[in-house]
Design a protein around this ligand. Structure first.
Ligand code: G2I
Length: 357
């Protein structure tokens, strides 16, 4: 496979946009028609990969949104439905309603499901965060949570984000409740408990700001290398890829993916979105398209990069505006579920790789 791929149509559109030339609706229409033959999922599958989108439970009642998701993608991740606050709202009382709703939807549309997430410092139930626990108590709470949730979804999810966002930017361990109470051994134990509950499911560590080579991704590299040396069941590294135009493209993304693959784990792009300072304009949308194409290419260039998931697929439903006021327009479809230039760039990158494979 060639290291870089020329995304002709996207580049031409981007150049025209950057030059201030009007790209007529007719030109968009014919390009879209040209791409209408295959979905992102179909193209990804031809390269042995999946192409997914996260979905949050309330979005399932937006039928045009849920239908399009079911047509264009072959994988989904629950945005919130499998998190601890949802699955174990009271100690020892499990509620799989939200997660099951996503699994049922996915089944009806033929999508596979990434499980997200068994432990995280956010969205924990208050009984857990407000309690005071000894190390042994918290270890048994964590073991029970992981065991029950993984067992319930055994055979229904193909991968789990076992531990989410456990590192700080400088590569030290995040001082979450588990680290503070148990110490760093909770990570290997969480992976072992998940493996015991479902020996076939792929187990991931997952984080943001790990797309570039730097202290944070270095810390994961060192940790995964050690886990492998200790024969701890670890199958993958998830790069969330919440990118922002104003912060620059992650340095050496492709090389970074490759170094993790060379450790003997899969890599997945798990929560891709590329936000911008609003309002969006043609220049920003062209740059965003270029970045979406580059992320897709970077994954396609490494055999063990097994798939890409966007964190929601349209600007209609996105976590960004509420968390980063004044930013948004981060996804490949707009608020009206129409393709943005980013869609074409992803499609072209996948089509070009699908042809070569
Ligand atoms: O924050 C973006 C993502 C970063 N990586 C881990 C992901 O799990 C995380 O997802 C987001 C969800 O997309 C949001 O939907 O996690 C947020 C929480 O940090 C989710 O937002 C929360 C809202 O803050 C709550 O107000 C709301 O009640 O979603 C809840 C359920 O709708």
């Amino acid at each position: 496979m060639r290291p870089t791929r020329v995304r002709t149509a996207a580049l031409a559109a981007a150049t025209a946009l950057l030059a201030g030339l009007a790209v007529t609706p007719a030109a968009h229409a014919s390009t879209d028609q040209h791409r209408a033959g295959s979905t992102l999922a179909q193209l990804a599958e031809r390269t042995g990969r999946y192409f997914g989108s996260a979905v949050d439970n309330p979005e399932l009642s937006d039928t045009s949104y849920a239908d399009l998701l079911g047509k264009e993608f072959d994988a989904t991740t629950p945005g919130n439905g499998m998190k601890w606050y949802a699955t174990e709202p009271q100690r020892g009382v499990f509620d799989f309603t939200a997660g099951d709703e996503i699994v049922d939807y996915a089944k009806s549309k033929g999508l596979k499901v990434r499980g997200h997430t068994l432990l995280w410092h956010q969205q924990l139930p208050s009984w857990l965060t407000s309690g005071t626990w000894t190390a042994d108590e918290l270890r048994s709470i964590l073991k029970n949570h992981i065991t029950q949730v993984v067992r319930h979804y055994k055979g229904k999810v193909f991968a789990w984000d076992v531990a989410n966002e456990i590192m700080n930017e400088d590569g030290t361990y995040r001082e979450n409740i588990f680290y503070k109470t148990i110490g760093p051994s909770y990570i290997a134990d969480a992976l072992r408990w998940a493996h015991a509950a479902d020996p076939k499911v792929k187990l991931y560590l997952n984080d943001y700001n790990v797309e570039a080579i730097g202290p944070k991704s270095d810390a994961y590299y060192t940790l995964i290398k050690q886990l492998k040396a200790d024969h701890v069941p670890i199958n993958g590294f998830g790069m969330q890829a919440h990118l922002a135009l104003q912060y620059g493209f992650p340095d050496r993304l492709r090389q970074n993916i490759r170094r993790f693959a060379d450790l003997g784990v899969d890599v997945a792009i798990t929560e891709l979105d590329i936000r911008m300072v609003l309002p969006s304009d043609a220049t920003k949308l062209a740059q965003q398209a270029d970045w979406y194409g580059k992320v897709t290419d970077a994954c396609l260039n490494v055999k063990r990069c097994v798939g890409i998931t966007v964190w929601g697929y349209s600007d209609k439903h996105s976590w960004i505006p509420s968390v980063f006021p004044g930013e948004g327009a981060a996804l490949p479809w707009d608020e009206n579920l129409a393709h943005k230039p980013a869609y074409g760039a992803i499609h072209d990158a996948l089509a070009s790789a699908a042809k070569e494979d």
